[in-house]
Each structure stands twice: as C-alpha cells, then as structure tokens.
Write a new protein. Structure first.
Length: 267
C-alpha cells in the first residue's frame, strides 16, 4: 500500500499541477470514499474556490482552499493515485506505484474529481476503493511526521509501554508515515527484532532505529517509493540475509506479516 514516500509523491503532484486553479465542478458521488459527506456536500463547499497549499503528514495529505474555505483531506488508501489531467491529454500522477494495467487517459476508477475552469481536472484514481476524501480531517490526531521527528520525540515514542517495536513503528499516533515495508527495512538495517518490547530497547538500538528510519525514508522518497527499497527482495521463503547468509524468517507483529533475519535480529 502507499506509504510515506508514495503520499509525498502524490502531494508533490498536487503542489506542482493543481494549485491556484478555479474549481468549477466536483464529482463527490461515491458515498463510501467521501464518507461521512452525502453527495453534493463537498461540491457545495469547494465550488469557486482554489487549492492553495498541499500538505502531508505521514500517510495523510490535505489541501487548504481559498477564501477561508474548508480543508480538503485526501487519503490514498491501499491503491490510490492522484492524477492531474489537462485538456490536451497531458497528465501527471503520483501515489500507488502499481498501475494495474492503467494507461494514460484511463479513469474508470476515478472515485473523486475536481474540475477546473481551464478544462483540467484532479482525480483520486483508486481501483480497490479504499481511499478517503473528506472535509476538515482530524490531522491533529496524527503523531509527528517520520521525516521531521526529533531525536527526543523518537526516544519518547519508543519509551512508552511494552508494545513490540514493529507495532510501535506502525502506530500512526506515535509516528506518522511508517508502513509495513518501511518498518521491516528499518528494523533490518538497525538489526532489531520486530517483536522486541519497546521498553527493552537499549539506547544504542534506539539510535540505530532513528538512523535507519531517516535513511529508509530519504532513499525511498528519492527513488520514487517503497518499491525501490532493496530489502523487498528479502521478503520470501527463498530469501537470504545478505549480511550473514541466513534464511529470512517471518512472523506476524503489529498485525502485519514481517520478514527479518533470525541471526542478527535476535529477540
């Protein structure tokens, strides 16, 4: 599913291609994607306005609107992509890296759309219909963004309770933006077992986790998404750890399938 790097990519598409364009129509007919808003409510709130700034925290993004209008929240879900298309057929997109056979101009799975006065449009294209669009989302409930979290905040969020470290990394209220693939990459790089209780982490392990978090996010954002992480090839029954040659092991931590090296990520 899209993690922080994919959402940042989608946010940058909105920032580059969709800001300061007058909204003349809104397709908000999908009552599941646009819950809790009934059809027409988002449209009425946005007509005549413009998107002015695109923000992101963790896996969530939102846009401020002109004229003291409402905040437009957009969540990509597990398969969402932002597509901005112009009247001449040109388009830019960002988000989920699996195209699922979609060619340019294929908008069958557009679940929400803004139409602009110049003929262009912004769409949430989402084959699995797991994205979300809503007005004034509660972004204040999210933890600090994983790209901006300070060492003190990082130590603090790992110093509370007895949860497995993998579960804590996935907790969006603790730190926003880390998903399953990023978490496994971070833990492998830091040589920390995913099931180790957070209250048993040493100071050196916490420091290693912070370094690994910064590295994994920086490289995956630069590469275009979590699918560019080299550790993805370590997820499978035939995979071996390149550090020691051990067969990779797997289990469920934080409710997610987790791959780790049983030799240098000992519990």
């Amino acid at each position: 599913m899209p993690e922080l790097p994919e959402v940042e990519n989608a946010r940058s598409v909105i920032a580059r291609a969709a800001l300061d364009r007058e909204i003349v129509d809104v397709d908000d007919h999908d009552t599941w994607v646009c819950r809790p808003h009934p059809p027409g409510q988002i449209r009425a709130a946005l007509l005549g306005r413009r998107l002015t700034v695109a923000h992101r925290r963790g896996k969530s993004m939102w846009c401020e609107t002109s004229g003291d209008g409402p905040v437009l929240g957009i969540h990509l879900g597990m398969s969402g992509k932002i597509v901005v298309a112009d009247p001449d057929g040109a388009e830019v997109d960002g988000g989920d890296y699996w195209e699922r056979g979609r060619a340019a101009g294929d908008y069958r799975y557009a679940r929400f759309a803004l139409m602009f006065a110049d003929g262009g449009r912004l769409m949430l294209v989402d084959p699995r219909r797991l994205g979300r669009v809503r007005l004034d989302p509660p972004v204040e409930l999210l933890g600090p963004d994983a790209t901006e979290i300070t060492p003190a905040q990082f130590r603090g969020m790992l110093g509370r309770g007895t949860a497995p470290v993998k579960a804590r990394l996935l907790d969006q209220h603790a730190v926003a933006g880390i998903g399953n693939l990023l978490a496994d990459d971070i833990l492998w790089r830091a040589k920390v077992h995913p099931g180790k209780p957070v209250d048993e982490l040493t100071a050196d392990e916490v420091a290693a986790l912070l370094r690994a978090t910064r590295y994994a996010i920086r490289t995956s954002v630069a590469g275009g998404g979590v699918h560019t992480l080299p550790t993805l090839k370590l997820r499978g029954p035939e995979a071996r750890c390149p550090r020691d040659g051990a067969a990779m092991a797997h289990g469920v931590y934080g409710g997610r399938t987790t791959w780790f090296c049983p030799v240098d990520q000992k519990l």
